[in-house]
Design a protein around this ligand. Structure first.
Ligand SMILES: NC(=O)C[C@H](N)C(=O)O
Length: 329
């Protein structure tokens, strides 16, 4: 029988009603009790009790360390987590725990587990099944899909089908035959040499461009300590240069050692700065392409790169590499 660990961190899945709204108070044991008999040996640790809106870099480091320290005793780990920032946590854990040597599966729910028609029991069962059968890696399991953590995005606020695997198919889906693996599972050459590296620099910004945005604000961010910027441009990644010169501003920033990553505000498909004049000009100035990465993966990859003390050229080179399955090049 596979030995699995549940690390509970809070979220709606563990929430109960209170005068001030839903608050995460249910224990991991409480979650497991609602599932009935499962064909796994499960141990539980309550490590946090937070709504995931409160999960930040300090918690990422803590969760990563828990996984790293405890992993040798288990065949797989499930992390119950709020849905709101789960894709960020999944992405950051992927970078912090490169070469992870067992499956780690994040899950949560849209409705608390103590509500009759909650999606929590199904999501938890799916996460345990994934933790028992997937290749080593960081995954997110939700609503009958198991996705690579660094490719998942929360796309719905209330619907049970809240997450999507963006730009790659889900790793597995639930069918009447059980968990069916759809795509090539990850098998990175460095698998089984798990490292814990939680050095990150969260002094970064994620800017969604809109017509009228004043590029001077980018310099204000840098003055306030921002060390790197992700810009969600239009479509394939285009940015304006007439009147408000985003392209010129990007050139200035890069000259001053601030990496600028260009991505798209479209959820699906890649950004490609080579296609239009408006993108190519930014590329010439040194903008770094995020290709088809999610914004969650892009911002966490940037934080991790800066945490490794990479300079702007090293960051540019780092973004040309697929580290944990986050990008198709
Ligand atoms: N469905 C949820 O889990 C939402 C909740 N606010 C959280 O992220 O913790």
């Amino acid at each position: 029988m596979k030995k699995l660990l549940l690390l509970s961190t809070g979220g709606t899945i563990a929430s109960v009603a209170s005068d001030s709204g839903l608050i995460p108070r249910e224990s991991g044991e409480g979650l497991i009790k609602m599932l009935g008999q499962l064909p796994y040996e499960i141990e539980v640790r309550d490590i946090l009790q937070l709504d995931s809106s409160n999960i930040q870099p300090e918690e990422w480091k803590f969760i990563a360390k828990q996984i790293y320290d405890l992993r040798k005793n288990y065949d797989g780990i499930v992390v119950s987590h709020g849905t709101d920032t789960m894709a960020y946590t999944a992405s950051m854990l992927s970078f912090m725990l490169q070469g992870i040597d067992l499956p780690v599966v994040l899950t949560g729910s849209q409705v608390p587990i103590n509500v009759v028609l909650s999606d929590a029991p199904d999501n938890l069962r799916l996460a345990f099944a994934a933790a028992a059968t997937c290749h080593p890696g960081i995954y997110l399991a939700f609503s009958e899909k198991v996705m690579l953590g660094c490719r998942s995005v929360k796309v719905r606020t209330t619907n049970f089908d809240a997450f999507e695997s963006v730009n790659v198919p889900p790793v597995a889906t639930v069918t009447s035959d059980g968990l069916v693996f759809e795509s090539q599972q990850l098998n990175f050459p460095h698998a089984n040499q798990c490292t814990l590296n939680t050095e990150i620099d969260p002094h970064v910004s994620l800017v969604k461009l809109f017509p009228g945005f004043d590029p001077k604000l980018l310099f204000a961010m840098v003055e306030m300590g921002c060390k790197g910027i992700v810009i969600e441009g239009y479509g394939l990644g285009g940015m304006n240069y007439i009147r408000r010169n985003m392209v010129g501003a990007i050139g200035e920033l890069i000259k001053n050692g601030i990496p600028v990553i260009a991505t798209s505000q479209c959820l699906y498909e890649r950004s490609d700065l080579t296609k239009y004049e408006v993108g190519r000009e930014a590329l010439l100035k040194g903008a770094i392409s995020a290709h088809d990465m999610t914004s969650e993966s892009t911002i966490t990859k940037l934080m991790w790169a800066l945490g490794q003390k990479m300079n702007v050229h090293q960051v540019a080179d780092f973004f040309k590499h697929n580290i944990v399955g986050e990008v198709s090049l």
